[in-house]
Ligand binder design. Sequence first.
Ligand code: SF4
Length: 539
Amino acid sequence: MQVVTRTNGQWALGEHTPLNSNEQFKLDDDGLNVRARIEQVYSRKGFASIDPSDLRGRMRWWGLYTQRKEGIDGGRTATLEPEELDAEFFMMRVRVDGGALTTEQLRVIADISVEFARNTADLTDRQNIQYHWIRIEDVPEIWRRLEAVGLSTTEACGDCPRVVLGSPVAGVSADEVIDATPAIDEITRRFIGDPTLSNLPRKFKTSVAWLPDCAPEINDLSFVGVEHPTLGYGFDVLVGGGLSTNPRLAERLGVFVTLEQVPDVWHAVVQVFRDYGYRRLRNKARLKFLMADWGPQKFREVLETEYLKQPLPDGPAAAIGGTTLDHIGVHRQQDGRSYIGFAPIAGRVSGVTLAEVADAAEQAGSHRVRLTPYQKLLVLDVSDDAVQPLTERLSHVGLQSDPSPWRRSVMACTGLEFCKLAIVETKARAHTLVAELERRLADIELDTPLSIHLNGCPNSCARIQVADIGLKGQIVTDGEGRQVEGYQVRLGGRLGQDAEFGRKVRALKVTADDLGDYVERVTRTYVDTRSPGEPFAQW
Ligand code: SF4
């Protein structure tokens, strides 16, 4: 009798047989190859000409997802076939590695939004820009314009190395010792679009920053600045973080890496993931599952012996903690000028707004804008006399540098408006919630941030597990027995030294209509019963 051994599809162990449909389409043709078909066939012949395995598979490698058909409520999401949910329009994600943009690039992004994307341009919590309403016919022209100013959508989605997060204040922060930008630039130049790394078991999320301001605990791979007692300044390395339905915090490998070594170590970790990552089940394929089984010691051993071919020195732990570094407000730069962080609500801006940011920044003498992993944006290099005119001008387009705590700390994913997986609305809900909380809680002075993150489904694009109040969208039963949009509540999540995931409050679900009531109640109880200065997560 033949013994059938169940494998995890680890290539390094010779397990190359595709074990699910995604692995099959990636084997049939590399995701990167779809670009030629988009340029030569699909953009000329139209939406109906697109091969289904390109449409719902490979197009992601160029930052394109079909968006949700209008008018389908969230209760039907799970009951429909993918093609029934597809609109004939796309979401397009533009990667902005390190979140760094010139005003010239921002203006191109803005113009594309107005001309091709019905004025949409969301700021994501991974320093990307997301357009909606993109027609396949327009994609080559959009690429031409983006690439003319050094931007791209290459591997912005798909099972490949996604945008590399970087500190929004890299190179200007008075608290920074090493500017990690050269490492980010080298990684993107050498490895993004590299066909040897374009078929990973799942997405691969990374950050490289001196400051711990890119949520390093929840990336697949993060480099965070640290001082070694004898080797000087460099980076601590964390591997295997991620949220979604099986959240896990990244673990330290215990090594010390110099700035110059970061790109090679990044490359080696991606190769470990490519070769040893699990390819049987998509919901068990992220690097965190391999890390959970191996632990940091084995991971480090394989990394050093099989890929780097040399040991790395032991290193100390980076200081990851303190309050959230969202960089909102006016802050002094190393050179005496200022950077200013502005808060739109839940990352929702528009092409018109971004064009105004580019104009206003230039009028203030700046040519540099940064996107943050908190759905915010910064203008750098502002001289003292230009601070007030700039903040006033941008406040007229909904960008506040001194926002209410609610506007500052509400994040929301794409949700029902455009996302095919969504069950509930999120962005518009975030807007009404902020307005409601600003009115209801105007009498309360919050001296510690209180983050509220809204997700449209059980995935965690808006990081609900690490929010003070995390809201997972689902259909709930209201007081009159009707099935309505609502949220399951998690309380007390946080990042930092004592990072932990929010507790699910037993059976606590709140309808979307009752959300303002609920948050007001929780906030007043917290403010009334906490010890002085006690953060929400420890309350
Ligand atoms: Fe879509 Fe769900 Fe992600 Fe929100 S959390 S963007 S609804 S997949």
